[in-house]
Design a protein around this ligand. Structure first.
Ligand code: HEC
Length: 263
């Protein structure tokens, strides 16, 4: 009897350890995005069950977004006040928001008016509407970036690949007017011109602004905008696992106690 029980417990523990091992040790291989396109999986501080966001990278990524991507892409779902998660003080956030103008109103005369943004406002879109966005971008629509890492297969790995994937088109490739060649974009031609070039931004923390570095940083930042509560979710997961582990031990002990007189 005891032998059977030990074997069963052994099996349960074995399979838990094995699946955790498989999960943790998922190899950094290429991911397929459909259409036969593959790209590398990157190592991120925020991946894995204990992963946390790299705050310094998020701050740099915010700078890349505001100085480069924000010219074409909105970030509609992100409120300035949430930037405190990047380690910004209340005053920093106020100052950051005050660089933007938002439309408010109507006032007592029924008129809409512009005012300085405050922390409770959201990032301001670069274009007045979708048609204006398309008109400025060769007919293509630059999607809102708030949830983009959730909206594409491969998430931040794909985003990083896309931003670093610009090159000259092969000789036999017919590139449409105003289009750019990108190794990782489905169909290889994209209406977004290469957005990042060496030293495009000047980082406050003096990190060298290579294309790879800026791509990485903005990918971390946009992973956070898509799932700001990721760290809480992971912490909760670990707590639940610890709880279940203790529960398992207690149940085994109780079971032994209850059955001890039966043999
Ligand atoms: C000059 C305008 C412009 C800038 C600057 C720009 N983009 Fe884009 N982006 C576009 C347009 C236009 C599209 C739509 C492309 C298409 O449909 O072919 C696009 C598409 C995208 C996509 C979606 C790709 C897909 O798989 O559908 C992502 C992600 C993206 N941009 C990220 C960024 C990031 C990050 C930055 C800043 C580093 C940036 N973009 C800067 C114009 C821009």
């Amino acid at each position: 009897m005891m032998g059977m029980l030990r074997m069963k417990i052994g099996l349960v523990i074995g399979s838990v350890v094995l699946s955790a091992g498989l999960w943790l040790g998922a190899p950094a291989t290429a991911t397929a995005a459909g259409g036969g396109i593959t790209f590398e999986k990157q190592k991120w501080q925020h991946s894995g069950p204990f992963g946390t966001f790299d705050r310094a990278a998020m701050v740099r990524g915010l700078q890349v977004y505001t100085e480069v991507c924000a010219a074409c892409h909105s970030l509609d779902l992100v409120a300035f006040r949430t930037l405190s998660a990047l380690g910004m003080s209340e005053d920093d956030v106020k100052e950051f928001a005050s660089d933007y103008e938002v439309e408010d109103g109507p006032d007592n005369e029924g008129e809409m008016f512009d005012r300085e943004a405050v922390p409770s406002d959201y990032f301001v879109a670069p274009y007045a509407n979708d048609k204006a966005a398309r008109a400025s971008n060769n007919g293509a629509f630059p999607p809102d970036l708030s949830l983009i890492t959730k909206a594409r297969v491969g998430g931040e790995d794909y985003l990083y690949a896309l931003l670093t994937g610009y090159e000259d088109e092969p000789e036999d490739f017919e590139l449409g007017d105003g289009m750019a060649y990108n190794k990782y974009y489905s169909g290889h031609q994209i209406a977004m011109p290469q957005p990042l070039f060496e030293e495009h931004v000047e980082y406050d923390d003096e990190t060298e602004a290579t294309v790879e570095q800026m791509s990485r940083d903005v990918s971390v930042f946009l992973t956070w905008t898509a799932e700001p509560a990721m760290e809480d979710r992971k912490r909760m997961g670990v707590k639940v696992l610890i709880f279940l582990g203790i529960m398992l031990v207690l149940l085994v002990l109780v079971k032994r106690r209850v059955w001890s007189g039966v043999h």
